[in-house]
Design a protein around this ligand. Structure first.
Ligand SMILES: [Zn+2]
Length: 241
């Protein structure tokens, strides 16, 4: 490889290294994982709350059923007293009838209450089911994302090591005085060496002079952009117009 090719190759490797660093320094990975974890925790709390509500409703239903059963018993007793024990005492008959009316009204109320409770229970069961599905999905999303991103990070780490080796090899084949120039320009610009395309420097996007093109065509020494001072590279001879 010629000196110019080596310098341009060196720049390419630094660009690749830069891409690896962007991946390695990207914090969005950890943020995204944190976000998913937080969502998971929130759903879990919601699920626990649903379980607690369900438990309460079940207890209330048991209690309501007990009340309904004892009320039914009272009504049965009332009816028995009415036909067997009250005799012809109108006052007693009245009292028993009143109590029976009240008990029956209360029974209707309790029945409708228990229906409400059962409906609520069903609704919470459904919400619980959808929460469980959400939890499973988030867990899956979390692990998939983690796997994908760790793979990317591992690849970037492996690539970086190879690139470092390659950079050191290329640097070994470039004379020190040119390396110094390259490093000095690189300390000021992201790219020290750029391509010349249609006589325009890819670094500053400005057309270079005929003198510079002449220099490039000689291909025996490095050439700088007239405008930005970056090292220019061209893989073909250019027409000097
Ligand atoms: Zn330039």
């Amino acid at each position: 490889m010629s000196l110019n090719e080596n310098i341009y190759e060196l720049q390419n490797e630094y660009d690749k290294m830069n891409n690896c660093d962007v991946i390695l320094n990207d914090n969005s990975y950890k943020c995204e994982l944190k976000k998913l974890k937080k969502q998971f925790e929130n759903f879990k709390v919601e699920l626990i709350n649903k379980d607690e509500s369900l438990k309460q409703i079940k207890e209330e239903i048991v209690e309501l059923n007990n009340n309904i059963n004892s009320l039914k018993k009272e009504i049965e007793d009332g009816n028995y007293k009415l036909y067997n024990k009250s005799g012809a005492n109108l006052k007693v008959i009245d009292i028993i009838n009143n109590k029976l009316d009240n008990d029956k009204k209360m029974l209707v109320e309790l029945d409708s209450k228990i229906i409400d409770m059962l409906e609520r229970e069903e609704k919470i069961q459904e919400e619980r089911k959808s929460l469980r599905e959400k939890l499973v999905n988030i867990k899956e999303e979390f692990y998939n994302y983690k796997e994908k991103e760790s793979k990317k990070i591992n690849e970037a780490n492996t690539d970086k090591k190879l690139i470092e080796k390659k950079i050191s090899n290329i640097r070994g084949s470039i004379p020190k005085r040119y390396l110094d120039i390259f490093d000095e320009i690189k300390s000021r610009n992201k790219k020290a060496a750029v391509k010349l395309k249609d006589r325009v420097c890819e670094g500053c996007k400005i057309q270079v002079s005929a003198f510079t093109i002449d220099n490039i065509n000689k291909d025996n020494e490095i050439t700088f952009c007239d405008n930005c001072g970056r090292i220019l590279f061209s893989d073909k001879r250019l027409e000097n117009k």
